[in-house]
Design a protein around this ligand. Structure first.
Ligand SMILES: C[S@@+](CC[C@H](N)C(=O)[O-])C[C@H]1O[C@@H](n2cnc3c(N)ncnc32)[C@H](O)[C@@H]1O
Length: 251
């Protein structure tokens, strides 16, 4: 994949997609504005989510239409069920957004077994709307805002499954490392952590402070340094989704 931050890529992209130039310029202006007003990445991205959610929660989690919102949620759910998720499992979803997939996990898991965390209070309010819309209140899911990925308020060895879809595609390496350093403590022995990321075969890069592209080897080596075994999920690559998926297990 090209380095999307390079001027050559951006010029070529602008020529091929003239309709996307203005939205990108708007994002650029917002990026500069928010950079001046926030001191760290989480504060910055929380502000991005506030601005995006005000315009619509579905688009804020990256879905252009309701049909696509349903499809991307279903894709995550079907894949995880086909790869081991059982109703009795306890699940932690990092960056649960407005429950695009979470609503399906909540419906499937035993009551109280779903725990969603997100840095954005705005998207968690939208997640509550999803619970109401799909009549899921009786399943008593937990939805909690966080300001880091240390999970200090969660118990040891509690979750069978940890899931993060399209979260590390918006995270600098320090945020991912913080997660890898702490996630093992809250995972049960035999549990696993699936996450997606934007994969590049070339130079690692970022677009604004919103989108981050990593090489697979970088994330595998980082997991290794934190005592986690990692595999790239090859069959996920066959699905109609741009990101790649890695599964981590406790060594
Ligand atoms: C593209 S959305 C995806 C939401 C959900 N996973 C889904 O598939 O619909 C990314 C979500 O991750 C959240 N997020 C981003 N960085 C995060 C972090 N460091 N910790 C927790 N949540 C984060 C955002 O607020 C947003 O709700």
């Amino acid at each position: 994949m090209d380095d999307r931050s390079s001027l050559i890529h951006q010029a070529r992209y602008a020529v091929n997609h003239p309709g996307r130039v203005l939205p990108h310029l708007r994002r650029l202006a917002r990026d500069s504005w928010l950079r001046m007003r926030t001191s760290d990445h989480v504060g910055y991205y929380r502000a991005v989510m506030r601005s995006d959610t005000a315009r619509g929660a579905r688009a804020a989690v990256g879905s252009k239409s309701h049909k696509r919102w349903l499809a991307v949620g279903r894709m995550q759910f079907d894949y995880l069920v086909a790869h081991g998720l059982q109703p009795e499992h306890r699940m932690l979803e990092i960056g649960c957004g407005n429950l695009r997939a979470g609503r399906l996990f909540i419906e499937y898991l035993h009551g109280g077994h779903y725990y969603g965390v997100d840095i954005s209070p705005d998207i968690l309010l939208a997640a509550q709307d999803t619970l109401v819309r799909y009549n899921l209140g009786g399943r008593l899911p937990h939805l909690t805002p966080v300001h880091d990925l240390r999970f200090a308020f969660l118990p040891d060895a509690h979750f069978d499954v940890v899931h993060a879809h399209s979260v590390f595609s918006h995270s600098p390496i320090g945020v991912i490392e913080e997660c890898f350093a702490h996630v093992g403590r809250v995972m049960k022995p035999g549990g696993w952590f699936d996450f997606t990321f934007d994969r590049t075969e070339g130079k690692e890069h970022q677009v604004l402070r919103e989108d981050f592209y990593y090489r697979t080897d970088t994330l595998l080596a980082l997991a290794d340094r934190h005592g986690l075994d990692a595999v790239l999920m090859d069959d996920w690559e066959q699905l109609p989704h741009k990101q790649s998926k890695i599964r981590l297990t406790l060594r």
